[in-house]
Ligand binder design. Structure first.
Ligand code: GLP
Length: 271
């Protein structure tokens, strides 16, 4: 795992956007896995800026989102459909037909989940999966004790996640208890996992994910078994890591060929 500690969350978001921009320039038909939550907002803002000011072209890009609540409409202000529209899709040129977000209103959840997996495979797999992290180390909506081999499926949220996400709903509304989420195994098949985490509140989860034991109690820790995970954090989120000096030393002394791009040419350059 590559751990990159940036001076602040803004710089971390820009770094993450550069990694995605670099992929899209080298592989215009890139397949991006996208996340919601407050953490990736700055990353999406930077991608929009790169699109507007630098002509970053998303016209051949395909996207797959990690998750969605079951039973709320795509227009609901807290739905992940709406979040993605407002924070990215309305502002860049990804064709609507190339955008995939789990359908929380599907009449047949298992069939939908199988189809979602098949669509990811048919697109050639995910090149970069953007990830945030829950306070307890969950990724997507894969709560603690999720199978580390799980595929896209329905999950029931924990009380902690329900209360963490209440802020996106009005006071009188109940956060849906069920969600559809890519599985941990689905996420692990992405060629690169790009996790971003900011703030003191994420410090414990970040330390457990990067330096703790691999355990289903912290689903993100399975990324230690992934061959290309990049973790970009701000100093508060990095504050409980024990190998900070080493991570900074590695980053400051990267060989030139590693500075150019985060990606092995073989997986990123396709004609
Ligand atoms: C939810 C999402 C995750 C996200 C997490 C943290 O559980 N399903 O994808 O990483 O919240 O969100 P935030 O970035 O707002 O802290």
């Amino acid at each position: 795992m590559e751990v990159i500690i940036q001076p602040a969350s803004e710089a971390a978001s820009v770094k993450a956007a550069q990694i995605i921009g670099d992929l899209v320039r080298r592989k215009p038909q890139a397949v991006l896995g996208l996340a919601t939550g407050s953490t990736p907002v700055g990353l999406y803002r930077e991608l929009i800026r790169m699109h507007r000011e630098e002509g970053l072209d998303f016209s051949r890009v395909t996207t797959f989102n990690l998750d969605e609540y079951v039973g709320i409409s795509p227009e609901h202000p807290a739905s992940y459909h709406r979040f993605m529209k407002e924070n990215l899709f309305d502002h860049v040129n990804i064709p609507a037909a190339n955008i995939h977000i789990p359908d929380g209103n599907t009449p047949d959840v298992p069939e939908f989940c199988d189809r979602y997996e098949a669509q990811i495979r048919a697109a050639g797999g995910i090149d970069i999966q953007v990830l945030g992290i829950g306070h307890d180390g969950h990724i997507g909506f894969n709560e603690a004790t999720s199978s580390l081999a799980s595929r896209t499926r329905i999950k029931t949220l924990t009380k902690a996640t329900l209360s963490a996400n209440q802020r996106f709903f009005s006071e009188s509304e109940i956060v849906p208890h069920h969600v559809i989420t890519m599985g941990v195994g689905t996420i692990m098949e992405s060629r690169t996992c790009l996790m971003i985490a900011f703030g003191k509140g994420k410090a414990l989860a970040v330390a457990a994910m990067a330096e703790g034991p691999v355990t289903a109690m912290c689903p993100a820790s399975v990324l230690q078994l992934h061959r290309q995970t990049i973790l970009i954090v701000d100093p508060p989120a990095a504050s409980l890591l024990t190998r900070t000096e080493y991570y900074q030393h590695v980053y400051a002394n990267k060989p030139d060929f590693q500075k150019v791009s985060a990606f092995p040419i073989s997986s990123a350059t396709i004609s």
